[in-house]
Design a protein around this ligand. Sequence first.
Ligand SMILES: *[C@@H]1O[C@H](CO)[C@@H](O)[C@H](O)[C@H]1NC(C)=O
Ligand SMILES: *[C@@H]1O[C@H](CO)[C@@H](O)[C@H](O)[C@H]1NC(C)=O
Ligand SMILES: *[C@@H]1O[C@H](CO)[C@@H](O)[C@H](O)[C@H]1NC(C)=O
Ligand SMILES: *[C@@H]1O[C@H](CO)[C@@H](O)[C@H](O)[C@H]1NC(C)=O
Ligand SMILES: *[C@@H]1O[C@H](CO)[C@@H](O)[C@H](O)[C@H]1NC(C)=O
Length: 396
Amino acid sequence: MSTSVDIPLQDHTNGKFDAIETPKSVKRVVNWPIVLAVVLIISILVFIIAFITVFFAIYGGIGVYGFNTIYAANPSVEGQGCYNLNRAANNPSNYRPSYCGSVNSSIPRYFLPQSNWSYVTFQSRTIKDEGAVDPSMRIKAILMLSNPDKDPFVIAVHGIRSCKESVIDNIAMLWKNGFNVLALDLRNHGESEVSSKYPYASFGNQEHWDVLGGLDYLLANYPRLSNSSKNIGIFGESMGGSTATVTFAVDGGVNLNAAWLDAPAIYIRDTLYANIVMYGFDPNYVLSSVCSRSKIAWPYGCPPFRYDPETLLSTIKPGRHVYFVSKTNDKIVPINNSYRASEKLIKQGVNVTTWFDIDLNQPSYCGSHCDMIGFKPDQYEQRMVSFFNDHLVRLP
Ligand SMILES: *[C@@H]1O[C@H](CO)[C@@H](O)[C@H](O)[C@H]1NC(C)=O
Ligand SMILES: *[C@@H]1O[C@H](CO)[C@@H](O)[C@H](O)[C@H]1NC(C)=O
Ligand SMILES: *[C@@H]1O[C@H](CO)[C@@H](O)[C@H](O)[C@H]1NC(C)=O
Ligand SMILES: *[C@@H]1O[C@H](CO)[C@@H](O)[C@H](O)[C@H]1NC(C)=O
Ligand SMILES: *[C@@H]1O[C@H](CO)[C@@H](O)[C@H](O)[C@H]1NC(C)=O
């Protein structure tokens, strides 16, 4: 019994020794598939890494290009300078038609006597730790005076890559009807200071500090304005409409009682989306790459920004007054911005008035963007003047 058990054990042991003595021949046979497999795996890895690198290079490149295309604002670049080359010939006493009015040469022009306007400069408001990322900026503005002791004031805000001179058509209408007007160049625009770190437009996120700087300037120079919340209104078009919305919300009704918003870009992401679609690109891909660039390029946000018109809408108190002007076929800032914002504000009890032009057959000036003034100048003047007259105080 014991020997019969030993034999299989010895066989087993011998077999083991045999296997150990033969590895050289086995290695040579098995080697090639392994080498091939390793080469294949390395090739696939190299390909994947190359693909990912190229993918992110393109993604990053589109992010940088898209970010700069959307936000970069440099007034020393002609075309972004807004009358840079010929600014002296574009002042309230002698101005060319503005961007959107230019197509209608019969739009009424109100040239101010030299004595009724001047250039003024002031610093933007800075409150530490409340989101003013840049230092206080030097802001230049046009101040139009009718009667500063009695007449109400309106602060006017231009659009992206534009300047104070581009809204002279609009604000000269106000001045002619007995309003004092302060029209400022936002930072990184016109003749105001350009940030060395962040030479961009941020749809009111930073720019509202410039408008508040203008408000501070008026309160300091015309102390009677502090006596009532009904002495000052605000006008903004396009990105100036975003900025005016942020300013109006942040003010909380302390000094600003009425806001006239002409094609305001309040829903910034949706507005960018529509523009990217218009240029034939994939909006989700482009916006996602621009957002990843935003995280590196500036501390403001994606959007939403820290001070964002869409977000801040909900803080506008009942009983304040907002007027929306927008064209149905606006290709740059879709009218839905004004539809949605006005619906939201009405629900909140804000006194909203709207002027939405619904005639799709009308001639289109500058992408139907902010061109109501060129198309219906008489109505524009009448509506804007009566809006501010209704909600601002004029002393006898
Ligand atoms: C222009 O300024 C003068 C002097 O301040 C003032 O008397 C006059 O009313 C102003 N004109 C208009 C049209 O506002
Ligand atoms: C407004 O207030 C100032 C003091 O802040 C006062 O001197 C001035 O008389 C007031 N003006 C009016 C019109 O109430
Ligand atoms: C436009 O706004 C309305 C709300 O006013 C909304 O229901 C609709 O989906 C919006 N359309 C687009 C294309 O964004
Ligand atoms: C141009 O402006 C005038 C008012 O000055 C207006 O009557 C006319 O309809 C406008 N023309 C066009 C084509 O919009
Ligand atoms: C709302 O604004 C309109 C237009 O400016 C004005 O006619 C109306 O009286 C205002 N309503 C309230 C309740 O203030």
